[in-house]
Design a protein around this ligand. Structure first.
Ligand SMILES: [Zn+2]
Ligand SMILES: [Zn+2]
Ligand SMILES: [Zn+2]
Length: 372
């Protein structure tokens, strides 16, 4: 019943420091009067299996730019990777690097690929089989291996997914994207630097330490004056899902109300090192996490993205200090001027309550193994 009590606790109003990147903090403000945010309109999901006019549906392969790869085989695809019709970064090297006074630019060189996640037009991630999801994450891995190996100028390959209009999903057919870029994005760089710094000081990976805390840490903090319980930390309070090799955690300083991070339980810095067995377990943890989000939110719009050790940061303690992970950011509210202006995210549901609600979902145990 400890969980019940935690949920009944008084409203939270505090700034929480992101343990990985301390410069990123979050205002957790749960009192009703503190809710300055506007809810994102729920978008009805297009659940159709096939749409004749959709360029990503089977039979319309001629409508997409050239094909890069298909899974499981060229003749009958379930996952299809193509070049993006409107690439953010391109191969054309028309603009040399440029520096004039304070204006500096780096050539918009790179690659932009679309991964058609499934041949079923409107299938939700939580509805895909574990085998299919493992194949999808295997496809990300293979593309990363190939892109990095094929071009030394590429500093980071970001695999991500936008699902739903609030998350920037422009085509309703389920798909994800890969953008290979000539710079390491700032937020990845910040995680790499901070975790390296932590490692040099404590000789431990900060992500592994966070997982350990989530699985083993228990504490009660009392008010010094009144002696009342101020906060209680229970074992597993931030754990949403657990597989044999992966864990899904609700971050203590979540930017988004329903944000979930999935990490390998055993230390691994580079996503490219993940084995097929790893990806199978990741797929199960992801599927169950998405089913929980779907059950609580009813039509979840989200972004997810992979953070992995960039190839140019492999030296020094990079392999020991960084730990790859998947960040899932459900989009349930519209960022306000305060958030954009202050760079401080406001979270109106305490991460403890969100975790308890996600954990409370009773998932139907369907032994699901797709024959692929
Ligand atoms: Zn389609
Ligand atoms: Zn680690
Ligand atoms: Zn990250």
């Amino acid at each position: 019943m400890a969980e019940e009590q935690v949920q009944q606790e008084e409203a939270v109003r505090e700034i929480r420091i992101n343990p990985i990147v301390p410069s990123q903090s979050v205002l957790v403000a749960t009192a009703r009067s503190m809710r300055p945010k506007q809810a994102e309109q729920a978008a009805p999901r297009d659940t159709r299996k096939h749409v004749d006019t959709c360029p990503f549906c089977t039979g319309n392969e001629h409508m997409t730019p050239p094909e890069i790869a298909t899974y499981p085989s060229p003749d009958e695809w379930q996952i299809r990777i193509v070049e993006n019709l409107y690439p953010v970064l391109g191969d054309d090297r028309r603009n040399p690097n440029f520096s004039f006074g304070l204006q500096q630019t780096i050539d918009g060189y790179g690659r932009h690929e679309v991964i058609i996640d499934h041949d079923h037009h409107g299938i939700g991630l939580h509805e895909m089989s574990v085998g299919h999801l493992a194949m999808l994450f295997g496809a990300y891995r293979e593309r990363m291996v190939d892109l990095y190996a094929g071009d030394e100028r590429l500093r980071y390959v970001l695999a991500f997914k936008n699902f739903g209009p609030a998350a920037g999903g422009s085509i309703p057919h389920t798909h994800s994207q890969l953008i290979a870029m000539p710079v390491v994005p700032d937020n990845v760089q910040a995680e790499v630097h901070s975790s390296r710094h932590f490692y040099e000081k404590h000789h431990r990976c900060i992500f592994c330490s966070l997982i350990d805390e989530a699985l083993t840490f228990e504490a009660t903090i009392y008010d010094r004056e009144s002696g009342r319980v101020r906060r209680r930390l229970d074992v597993g309070q931030y754990v949403i899902e657990r597989g044999e090799r992966f864990i899904a955690i609700k971050p203590f300083a979540s930017r988004y109300e329903w944000e979930i991070h999935i990490l390998p339980l055993r230390h691994q810095a580079d996503y490219r090192a993940a084995t097929p067995e790893d990806l199978e377990d990741l797929a199960g943890v992801l599927k169950r996490s998405m089913a929980r989000l779907e059950a609580v939110l009813g039509g979840v719009q989200y972004n997810y993205f992979l953070h992995s050790l960039p190839p140019h940061d492999q030296g020094g303690s990079g392999q020991q200090s960084f730990h790859w992970h998947l960040e899932i950011c459900p989009r349930t509210s519209i960022p306000t001027g305060f958030e954009l202006g202050a760079g401080l995210f406001v979270n109106t549901i305490s991460p403890e309550e969100a975790a308890a609600r996600l954990r409370a979902v009773a998932l139907e145990e369907r032994a699901e193994r797709a024959p692929q």
